[in-house]
Design a protein around this ligand. Structure first.
Ligand SMILES: Cc1cc2nc3c(=O)[nH]c(=O)nc-3n(C[C@H](O)[C@H](O)[C@H](O)COP(=O)(O)OP(=O)(O)OC[C@H]3O[C@@H](n4cnc5c(N)ncnc54)[C@H](O)[C@@H]3O)c2cc1C
Length: 479
């Protein structure tokens, strides 16, 4: 019997009950319905767990523990690059990250591939800046594998990446706040003046003049009441895993293919049809990062759904391991080496920005006067409901561009978004969401925040020609 992997409310409750999570989910409405596609401040929010009453929180004075020019919220490479870019221009910068390390999906969720930096003909370098700097640094540590083929791509040792990001930020004198969650904005006259954080010490505040929301979920924009939206169908999250011994299995079982085996319905634990890929870990010995699970219908911007999806993702990883153990390892040992610290989240909220980047603009290679990044990674949409994936490739244009205006939330004075929460339609998002693209957005947001400070204007009013020039001086490929 194959497992049921659709995370409908009913299935979720059943699975939760079986897993002893009944108390966590009890009370969640089975008939929550589908979310609305546009969730601006006035749109109907998704159904959340029922509120069982309220407690009053006494008003209090929150100590300000840092006063800086730029504060970056979220510390993937996107956020780290934003912080470093602003700091290298002389800004006093702080960065807040929920995990105990930087790197976001690359490190916390084990996703170890950054894509090509060249145009479709492999003739022109279209991506540079901090991404290529990190490649050089990782290469010096043996933490990079350059995979040459029709398209060159880069496999990273993501443990080495954690340490390189620490080093980059430290060298730039950015003040790090790890193990720290952004919880609330302090807004005056529509301007963000400080972010309230919670960490081991308690509730504290960081004051700044410019802010970059690199949370991936547009947490800062959403909590400030800036317009945000979430699609009816978001790309599903995946619990990745590092497995050991797949090469050894292949030697013993010629023809073995892990990406087929995990969906093979002859096995009781087979996953529902989905999509699986993986890559060896640079520096590892017969260690493979596998991204083959999928949790459908999970809104990872909802705390309870995120918890349930995380547990469902790990359950699917165990199913994968059981297939390997029982059918290819003679029932002995375990192929499970490392689970990620966090479920790999592809999509949640987006900020509504000055420009919504469209698939049409992307695939036609539209040139933007305020372009801050370039890319070639195809439109890649993981089916929100069932198996499969949709790819749409650049056919005529050598590369596409990402405009600055898709990083500027409507109505924002001193806040930018960078990373997967930028404003893009479903197709454009499918392409720009990859890290080599998000990295460029981060570096650009850092420079733009510094420019807004330097020019004494809002983020919407900065001189984008100067933004492009400054990025170029920082080593970015500006075309
Ligand atoms: C399974 C999977 C496979 C993928 N495969 C690839 C691939 O092969 N190559 C590729 O380039 N891309 C891939 N992607 C896409 C890519 O990894 C993401 O789109 C990209 O990492 C998004 O970057 P981000 O900075 O916007 O968000 P994230 O990487 O999610 O980083 C956001 C950071 O903000 C922190 N944060 C969030 N909220 C708060 C808060 N309230 N307070 C403090 N900190 C907070 C988080 O802890 C996190 O570190 C994949 C994604 C997934 C999920």
């Amino acid at each position: 019997m194959s497992e049921h992997h659709e995370l409908s409310r009913r299935a979720l409750l059943q699975a939760a009950g079986a897993a002893g999570l009944g108390s966590l989910l009890t009370g969640q409405s089975e008939a929550s319905g589908e979310p609305s596609s546009e969730q601006g401040p006035s749109a109907k929010p998704r159904a959340a767990a029922p509120v069982l009453g309220t407690v009053s929180e006494p008003a209090r004075q929150v100590p300000v523990v840092a006063d800086c020019d730029v504060c970056v919220v979220g510390g993937s490479a996107t956020g780290a690059f934003a912080a470093v870019a602003a700091a290298r221009l002389g800004a006093k910068v702080a960065i807040i990250e929920l995990n105990g390390f930087f790197g976001g999906v690359a490190t916390a969720s084990l996703v170890n591939l950054w894509h090509s930096t060249e145009d479709m003909q492999n003739q022109q370098q279209i991506i540079a800046g901090l991404s290529t700097e990190v490649f050089e640094r990782l290469d010096r540590r043996g933490g990079l594998e350059v995979v040459k083929g029709k398209r060159t791509y880069y496999a990273l040792n993501t443990e080495e990446l954690k340490i390189e990001l620490d080093a980059l930020l430290t060298e730039a004198a950015v003040r790090p706040f790890l193990h720290t969650m952004f919880v609330a904005p302090a807004v005056a006259d529509g301007r963000l003046t400080a972010v309230i954080i919670e960490d081991k010490t308690g509730r504290r505040a960081i004051r700044a003049r410019q802010f970059i929301d690199a949370t991936g979920d547009a947490d800062v924009a959403a909590r400030m009441g800036l317009p945000v939206y979430q699609r009816d169908q978001v790309q599903p999250p995946t619990m990745c895993v590092i497995l050991r011994g797949l090469d050894a299995i292949r030697k013993k079982h010629p023809g073995f293919n892990v990406h087929r085996a995990i969906f093979d319905q002859q096995y009781a634990q087979a996953l529902k049809p989905g999509y699986s890929w993986g890559h060896s870990v640079p520096g590892g010995r017969d260690e493979t990062m596998l991204a083959g699970t999928r949790v459908h219908n999970a809104n990872c911007a909802d705390a309870d759904e995120l918890t349930a999806a995380t547990i469902e993702g790990r359950r699917q990883v165990r199913a994968v391991c059981d297939i390997l153990r029982e059918n290819f390892l003679d029932g002995r040992g375990t192929p499970l080496l490392t689970l990620p610290a966090k479920l790999g989240i592809r999509e949640t909220r987006h900020a509504r920005c000055l420009h919504t980047l469209t698939q049409e603009e992307l695939l036609s290679g539209h040139r933007f006067p305020d372009a801050i990044g370039n890319g070639t990674y195809p439109v890649d949409i993981h089916n929100a409901r069932g198996g499969g994936i949709t790819f749409r490739h650049l056919e005529k244009a050598p590369f596409y561009q990402i405009p600055y205006s898709s990083l500027v939330p409507q109505g924002a004075q001193n806040v930018l978004v960078a990373g997967r929460s930028i404003d893009a339609d479903e197709g454009a998002f499918g392409a720009v969401r990859v890290m080599i693209n998000c990295n460029q957005m981060g570096q650009a947001a850092g420079v733009a925040a510094w420019l807004a400070l330097d020019s004494g204007c809002s983020v919407a009013e900065i001189d984008t020609a100067r933004l492009r020039e400054t990025l170029k001086k920082q080593g970015a490929a500006i075309l």
